[in-house]
Design a binder for this molecule. Structure first.
Ligand SMILES: [Zn+2]
Length: 263
């Protein structure tokens, strides 16, 4: 209790510190959604970034040297997921590892039936419940920040996994406030996940990245990307999914989205 209180006081102090002009310049230049947010949301976001940058460690990999641009561009996108909610700042995450671009990992990958493939596979990012770390490819982070409406965002995807871990299991269900919310979430996600799986089998094009058909955890991460990047389309085609995400995130990205509709 005392520790929680002290932690909250410390975070309050960090949030109210004056924000670095250099960092703000980086955000305005590199993180396209920022200027579209309301003034209140902008200042809430900057406060969260101050806490995030003090509490998380960044480490360069594959010869990458961590700069303020890297730290600030990643945290600005990650903290978008925290607006309007009581948050503990991705409590399971300690370290963010950043590679210059796609990195290779040794993988034992299931192809089909009894067929497995072994070898070095390219990756853009990953995180795990037990890992305490999150890995990102800087090149993709940067291009994702520059285009807020292509439906894809690596940082939002990986940090959505961290939100999923907050209530322990990596099951596509984040920490929801009430039993009623949990029941409604499970019901809607089950239906939406099943229809994405069906689309995967028939090859019908989908708004949600088909990678979300992998499992419920990936479904939540992919749905989060669509929620922030293509909110109008998601609301039109998956209204119940949109409503669940809106109630969890306490945000309506339609209000600040750069998404254009062909209609
Ligand atoms: Zn994922």
């Amino acid at each position: 209790m005392i520790f929680g209180l002290l932690k909250e006081q410390h975070r309050n102090r960090l949030r109210s510190r004056p924000f670095s002009k250099d960092w703000l310049e980086i955000i305005r230049r590199d993180v396209a959604f920022f200027v579209r947010l309301s003034a209140a949301d902008q200042s809430e976001l900057l406060g969260h970034i101050q806490v995030f940058l003090v509490e998380k460690r960044f480490e360069g990999c594959g010869g990458l040297e961590i700069t303020d641009e890297i730290r600030v561009t990643i945290s600005a996108q990650a903290c978008l997921l925290l607006l309007h909610r009581k948050t503990d700042y991705f409590p399971r995450l300690l370290t963010i590892l950043v590679y210059p671009s796609t990195y290779m990992v040794e993988e034992h990958r299931h192809v089909e039936g009894p067929v497995w493939e072994e070898g070095r596979m390219p990756r853009l990012g990953e995180t795990g419940r037990q890992l305490g770390a999150l890995v990102l490819a800087w090149e993709t982070v940067k291009s994702g920040a520059a285009d807020p409406s292509d439906g894809k965002n690596l940082v939002l995807h990986e940090f959505a996994h961290q939100l999923d871990f907050e209530n322990y299991a990596a099951d596509g269900v984040p920490a929801l406030a009430t039993r009623k919310q949990q029941l409604s979430w499970r019901e809607v996600m089950r239906t939406e996940f099943a229809s994405l799986r069906a689309a995967e089998e028939t090859g019908i094009p989908t708004l949600l990245d088909i990678y979300g058909a992998t499992n419920p955890a990936e479904f939540f991460a992919v749905a989060t990307e669509a929620f922030f990047e293509r909110p109008r389309m998601l609301r039109a085609h998956h209204p119940r999914l949109y409503a669940e995400l809106q109630s969890y995130f306490q945000q309506d990205p339609v209000e600040y989205s750069a998404e254009r509709l062909k209609d």
